[in-house]
Design a binder for this molecule. Sequence first.
Ligand code: FAD
Length: 374
Amino acid sequence: MEHALILGAGFGGLELATRLSESLSDEVQVTLIDQNDSFIFGFSKLGILFGHQTREQVRCPYRDISKPGVEFRQERVTSIDPQTRHVVTDAGTYEPDILVVALGADYDPAATPGFVEDGYEYYSVAAAERLRDVLPSFSGGNVLIAILGIPFKCPPAPYEGALLLHDYLVDRGVRGATRIDVISPMDSPVPVSRETSEAIVRALGERDIGYTPGRRVSGLDPAAHLARLKTGDLPYDLFIGIPVHRAPAVVEASGLTIGGNDGWVAVDPRNLATRFPNVYALGDCADAPVPRAGVFAETAARAVADDIAAKIHGSGPIYPYDGKGSCYIEFGGGFVGKVDADPAPALVRRLKARRGPAVNIFSRTCHGRAACPR
Ligand SMILES: Cc1cc2nc3c(=O)[nH]c(=O)nc-3n(C[C@H](O)[C@H](O)[C@H](O)COP(=O)(O)OP(=O)(O)OC[C@H]3O[C@@H](n4cnc5c(N)ncnc54)[C@H](O)[C@@H]3O)c2cc1C
């Protein structure tokens, strides 16, 4: 029996544990570790932000995991030695035969001067709750939504935030008194799909939301409420930033990021293997040529499961990871878009959903169903 240790029970870790349980439970015993007691879908943060759901309603508790050959442990990883596969947590040590690092991405709000003091965000549950609590007292003015670094999770999420904020302010009767602008350092919203990008830009235009691509906010002046850009300062009344992302500190300290671009874990894009024997990295922490999104963490997990199975069965190299995946975009107004992202030109289908946020959020859970332990 081989022992596989999966660090991180997010999209990637949960999918991998599920796959290994379904296909190799007689040959691989899985220990799945996460510091939290429950999984929360990334898009649920939008539900929390606009008051449609509470933290309690969006939790998928890990105690509900019941998969043959998989044991979940709530522990915090404090050190990883990829050379020896020696892992230390706040509750013990491990030396597995196979080590998979799926610890996601952390945020570094302090990397943007002034942002901690005067900015809001919705990329963590606590931050979404904080912004949710100030929105009801917003009575108009300039809202800047700015992407502060690349890469970041879920390329459509800043635009979803803008489109849903538009709806929220319309409902409250203060949209007419508000200017909303989205500022991005990228040249288009979703570079892997021209059609999706065009649909998003069109949707922003239809709602009179400004869009400035190719520009980065480098910092805020909290006293003057000004956002600093190379092209000049922009005034704001409410600044919402997508924080700079980075690999978790424990991953950086492990040496796994050496050789990866911009501080992410270097992997073989065909099977997500690192340069260390029997050590893989997948999902947001990996320097794979796919966007940071749950759907890609899931498909990467499937490639890793196939690679592990091929090694155990001696069946040779797997079909290379193709990086394909589908995800959903909130367009507001009861519309949800489906994006099939592919290295080849992608397809965008605009699906009409029934009105109401619950319907949208329900339909968006489809792509993540395998990851939810319930
Ligand atoms: C607002 C928003 C909307 C989004 N919408 C979508 C969407 O619609 N579709 C989509 O596909 N993606 C979406 N995403 C992106 C998606 O949530 C992430 O890309 C995805 O979660 C990445 O999966 P992962 O397994 O790599 O990491 P994660 O899911 O982040 O999992 C990493 C896990 O590691 C754990 N961990 C970290 N450090 C430690 C440690 N030291 N010890 C123990 N455990 C640790 C964390 O607790 C976490 O559970 C969205 C993200 C946001 C913020």
